[in-house]
Design a protein around this ligand. Structure first.
Ligand code: TNX
Length: 533
């Protein structure tokens, strides 16, 4: 995309004194700075406040250093250096002092006024200055720095450059604290390496929650020492009957560690009382009739239920929650709770009351699909709205029932945020029970207005789930997530004011070369003006 194709757009401002921010503005000819022209800033999620500095730009050179004066900023500085070194071929040393001029400085400041994830970024000819109150804020800001550089910066081999960033002043902070991605590792299993690759990709868009759907009818995917058959037997297959897999405790701990290094919190989900065939198949005693069903490799839902009035069920749940909670530093434990079509409403209530107590006993806040709002919930629970319908009382009031109980909502409406929905009838992967979801559809909604009667304060955030009935590996996941996931991330992060598809699609198009450089398999939607060549 040539820098002369200028598209100034007004975009609203959430935070500050800066009245207007202009995205997609070309950098003026370099009257004071004879360096190469930088591409206009095309950042996703859109920063809360961004002003361009038309006569300024900054270029990486073989002498560029990253200065992290505070020891706590060192690992984020190291992360940035790790992005910049392979493609530039420059040494990009991380230092703890010295001259700021011409450097990228990462500073922790006591109070930024922008919260734990907020940051300020100034790019000019003298250097790049990133400031935040926490390493997490610095990490979010580093994602902006990456996106101000040409997409080729993501390459793993040396590229020609030039590595010029446009002059900008940014003050940024998220609208919502929960910007999630979910992966269903049950219908098909994904390796630790695949999950870590997805973490690399989602963190670029400031996603901060990774929800792992660890169990379902088709597979139990994590070792539980006190119920040793769950993983090796319950996880032995996947949809279609191919060999499945599971995470050892060390594998899961590694995912948690890798996520934390990207300032992402893992939310483990053990689904129940439905979606439990893999557990029932592994242990006959979990079945009301004492008979274990066979493993299941189809894609139906709603046919299995735990035996709600049997104490062994709660011994099982206590063990499972205890063992997984012990490996999970994040505050949430997700108990599923969706589509319990083979559980009576009374049993559902019993189950929820008991599982909620167990989750709390192990020091976690309960999250679950918004179906859980049919039961009395603790006020610190989280309900995830997934019904495709919008408007008044959709999904039989699951969102409003949750909000009435003081429970915060995460929005993942299937008709907008389900990344397993086909884009069009021609999409080779995915399902379409919630409709076809082209890129513009997935960007055109808001969590506060999706269901009538929900207030901004009821909303914790948004999440983009990838269900994997039809998705076999990370390449399939990428094809469904990109280019939709960045839009969901933006809905969760950026101010709502001024949101416009026509403005967004230009920024989205700029991600194409970046994904090419990263080797991300993405859908080249005809709705997006991808740069040619
Ligand atoms: C519905 S939405 C499900 C999942 C399926 C998904 C496929 C929800 C909470 N449950 O069991 O995998 O649709 O799109």
């Amino acid at each position: 995309m040539s820098a002369s194709r200028r598209t100034p757009r007004a975009f609203g401002v959430l935070l500050t004194m800066v009245a207007t921010l202009v995205l997609g503005t070309g950098v003026e000819s370099a009257r004071h700075d004879p360096g190469p022209a930088a591409a206009p800033p095309r950042v996703i999620p859109a920063p809360a406040s961004l002003t361009t500095r038309p006569h300024e730009s900054f270029a990486l050179t073989p002498r560029t250093r990253i200065v992290a004066r505070d020891g706590a900023a060192t690992s984020v500085a190291g992360f940035l250096a790790g992005v910049l070194r392979p493609s530039t071929g420059y040494a990009v040393p991380v230092t703890h002092g010295g001259d700021d001029r011409g450097a990228i400085t990462l500073d922790l400041e006591r109070s930024s006024g922008l919260g734990s994830e907020g940051y300020r970024l100034d790019v000019g000819r003298d250097g790049v200055r990133l400031r935040a109150a926490t390493p997490e804020g610095l990490f979010r800001g580093v994602q902006t720095i990456r996106q101000l550089l040409p997409g080729a910066i993501e390459s793993s081999t040396v590229q020609p450059g030039p590595w010029t960033m446009p002059g900008v002043r940014i003050a940024d902070a998220p609208r919502f604290p929960w910007r999630g991605a979910m992966v269903d590792v049950s219908r098909h299993f994904f390796t630790v390496a695949e999950i870590e690759r997805y973490i690399d990709e989602i963190s670029l868009y400031k996603v901060n929650m990774l929800h792992l759907h660890l169990s379902d009818d088709q597979g139990w995917r994590i070792v539980i020492d006190s119920w040793p058959r769950l993983a090796p037997y319950g996880g032995s297959l996947e949809v279609g009957g191919t060999p499945g897999g599971y995470y050892t405790k060390a594998d899961y701990a590694e995912i948690v560690r890798y996520a934390a290094a990207h300032f992402i919190t893992v939310v483990p989900e053990i689904d129940g009382p439905g979606h439990v065939n893999a557990a029932l198949a592994s242990y006959a005693e979990l079945n009301c009739d004492g008979v274990a069903p066979p493993l299941y490799t189809g894609i139906d839902v709603g046919f299995s239920s735990l035996c709600v009035n049997n104490d062994v069920t709660y011994r099982f749940l206590d063990d499972v929650v205890r063992e997984i909670a012990a490996l999970t530093p994040g505050p949430y434990f997700d108990i599923g709770g969706d589509e319990a079509h083979s559980t009576t409403p009374a049993d559902y209530q019993t189950y929820l009351a008991r599982v909620q107590a167990i989750v709390h006993k192990y020091g976690k806040r309960m999250s679950g699909w918004a179906d859980i709002s049919a039961a009395p919930l603790r006020g610190d629970s989280v309900a995830q709205y997934w019904n495709p319908a919008s408007g008044s009382d959709p999904g039989t009031g699951t969102a409003t029932n949750a909000a009435k109980q003081g429970v915060k909502l995460v929005f993942s409406p299937a008709s907008k945020a389900y990344l397993d929905m086909k884009y069009t009838p021609d999409t080779p992967l995915g399902l379409h029970w919630a409709g076809y979801v082209e890129v513009q559809d997935s960007y055109s909604w808001d969590p506060v207005t999706f269901v009538d009667g929900i207030r901004e304060s009821d909303v914790l955030g948004v999440e983009a789930p990838v269900w994997s009935e039809t998705l076999l590996n990370i390449h399939d996941i990428e094809f469904m997530a990109f280019p939709r996931l960045p839009g969901i991330a933006e809905i969760g992060w950026s101010p709502r004011t001024g949101r416009s598809w026509d403005e967004y699609k230009v920024r989205l198009a700029a991600q194409g070369p970046r994904w090419d450089a990263m080797g991300v398999n993405f859908y080249r939607s005809p709705q997006v003006p991808w740069p040619s060549g």
